[in-house]
Design a protein around this ligand. Sequence first.
Ligand code: GLU
Length: 497
Amino acid sequence: MGVRVRYAPSPTGALHLGGARTALFNYAFAKKHGGTFVMRFEDTDQARHTEDGIASQCDGLRWLGISWDESVDTPDAPYGPYRQMERLPLYAEAIAQCIASGHAYYCYCTEEERAREREAQEARGCMPKYAGPCRDASQEDIQKWQSAQRKPVVRWRVPQDKTFDMHDLIRGTVQWHSADIGDWVIARADGVPTYNFAVVVDDIAMRISHVIRGEEHISNTPRQLMVYEALHATPPQFAHLPLILNDQRKKMSKRDASIVQFIDQYRALGYTPEALINILALLGWAPDTDQELFSLDAFVSSFSIDRIHKNGAVFDPAKLDWMNNHYMRTLPLDVTTERIAPLVAHLVRIGDADEGTTLPVVRTRAWLRACVDLHVEPMRCGAELAQWMRPLLPGVVQMSDDAREAIREGRDVIGACAEALRHVHTWQASDIAQALKNINTSKKGKQLFVPIRAAVTGTIHGRDLARTIALIGRETVLERLHAAHTAHEFSMKHTDQ
Ligand code: GLU
């Protein structure tokens, strides 16, 4: 059996950076070794499960360009179902087998009894772990609890005085002693297995060769090793990926609203899947060169587990911005335009050009392409264009204070510019640039261009002026220049702003 790896999210919400990184590394490992990438949904924790959790995981990965060979949408795949709640009979069988072999037992303790036990242990300064009567209960006790209608959970009988070794491909050998692990619950009273049990049953049944997952699962591994042993199965190779840290080098918390952490949020902001793949690739893995830019294919061919490091991997949003800018600039302009179009759809609708004043205005695709082309250089994410595009559309421009000041000081230039542009009829950036050069004024450089920009866009900074003017359109530009040149508000200093 060749390489078979899996990404096994609990569908409790949208696809997170951490989940996407785990999926990417598993995908890369499978692709690199001609193996199979399985996606299994661990939905046994029904309280945390969200209805669209599965769909949003699938959509997010698909958008990133990560595909899988076996999952809920591959009906002919051989090891299904790929959703744990549809695999309950398999777990029931394994639970029965473990009870029969003495590796597990029914526990009838009530929640209150357990809570009392935990409190007492904590009061003694001991680690809380199951020390109740059910591990070695007599037949008589069991009958008593059963006739009291107690619904049992199933607990693992943790062997005494035993060590468990995990040979991790990233961290080497990690060892645990059974004395530190209490008898843990493998199935709740309703028969639904807990994560540590179900994951092993599935990884065995699905012939998983390598378990590549987040570091937070290291502490689960000894429990899982016990189950492999009891079920007479060889454990897979483990590789635990380093934690993802925030810029303060603290474990990134899903609840930290100051960092955008979900793939669909990045998508809505106009980040490219290429940039996300690239930043995820470097979260814990590094090539042996100083190459920083990796396409998905390049990552797959360079990937190897021995270049994954143990130390936490810092997620740097500024680096993501830099990468995203790189991809937006270097992808074909049509591709970048297509991707940005939905983000500005509330402002611009593609159709036959027409200067409407209500949003969304109608503009040609060529207009949008030129607009993206003009702004892409400083753009960190596509959503920025929505903000930058506003002054290019008909309607009243929002004037900054600087712009008002520039207009007040450059009214003569604005008048001369209006005059020059009135004679431009083709309204191409090159003709406009020529006309701007020929403005009849002695002013030069900033004194010339800043008042004009202020008058037509309401700001004193921006992209190439002639191209900006071309995009705004002749009628609107002439109107704005006229308004700035003649409006009373710019003829004197306002004190009430
Ligand atoms: N369902 C687990 C999670 O979402 C996966 C654990 C594993 O990969 O073993 O974290």
